[in-house]
Design a protein around this ligand. Sequence first.
Ligand code: HAM
Length: 416
Amino acid sequence: MAMKAPRGTADVLPKDANLWRFVESTAAETARAFGYEEIRTPVFEHTELFQRGVGDTTDVVQKEMYTFNDKGDRSITLRPEGTASAARAYIEHAMHALPQPVKLYYCGACYRYEKPQAGRLREFHQFGIEAYGSEDPALDAEIIAVASTIFKNLGCTGLTLNINSIGCPECRKKYNEALISYLSSHSETLCETCNTRLTKNPMRVLDCKSPICKEIAAGAPHILDYICDDCRDHFEAVKSYLTVMGIPFSIDPTIVRGLDYYTRTVFEFVSTQIGAQGTVCGGGRYDGLLEELGGNPTPGMGFAMGIERIILVLRSMGLVKEEKNSPRLFVASIGQTAAALALCQKLRENGIYAMCDVAGRSLKAQMKNADREGAAYSLVLGEDEVKSGEAQLKNMETGEKETVSLSDIPALIARL
Ligand code: HAM
């Protein structure tokens, strides 16, 4: 039986890869315009990094990680997200010694063992940014602006930005009491995992994917009603900065995010056009994460966007046209393969996509191929052309022909 790719993974075929490159490069260029620089971290890390960083009681750590022992009997996990890895790298490479805030972006595959559906895969790709070393609400607003500008530059409209504050560990003490008392009255209906979460980390119940737990979560008290004065001032400042930057937002007091490290500002960009998995970008502040991972106390904030989901949004907008990579010049030959290869090679060294036959086709079949490939120009090399060093360059659209020298490459390129 023919092999198939594992469930929850997807090939990106050449017809789609242009769109992927467009999304990835637009996101990177936009982040660079805000002063972010690229970091690349390994696809796998020590399991403990995610247990400590993302949190033991999260769905991601409890149910979704690809974890295995390597041949040296170390517990290894394919990264389910990029924040813990980037924070690990910040600490490991002593980036606290650099001017702060340190601003990093990344793009790559992540792995979560989830139930695949439209917009939800087991191998998916995130573009994300992280900034370290500033507690100022101006950073929160600037980070949200990076995401908003990326969507603008991609031509992605119709997304809603929802923001919330989930306070600091201090506010959370008071909130947890209220939450535990509410959830305890429903403990008989909550799922088994949530019953253990109830005492360990009650906020995680609010993020459970089980439909019954979701229903119960809908009636839970909101943390926004419990945040302390400092957290409230911080949130007010973020909102006012977003307003002056002209970034529209809604307050959604139900956002808690699925990962444990968040403090204060959290946000999501949501689309209603791509089905149940409509969150295209999620992020927030995490002022305790670096210390949790053994670093100096260092505030941080960032977001990640799902590339597959962005592509679904762009497709749902009907703006995507498939582009083919067509040659500028098709060099056909009558028994002159060596000369055709040599000419193409010179053009390619100059960045011109030139094509010649490498499949032993007849001249007629070569010309048909030039048409099919959408070549802008063609020329034929026979014995005469090779001897004289000149050929007839044909414009494939108009049929016009002109004589060109085969040795003067700059002049030939100027014609193409
Ligand atoms: P997250 O909300 O778990 O946050 O994921 C961010 C984005 O990745 C989601 O909004 C979604 O677009 C995409 N995504 C997540 N899971 C899947 C999946 N199974 N299939 C397809 N796309 C998916 C984080 O990962 C945080 N590290 C974000 C962050 C960065 N917070 C601070 N800094």
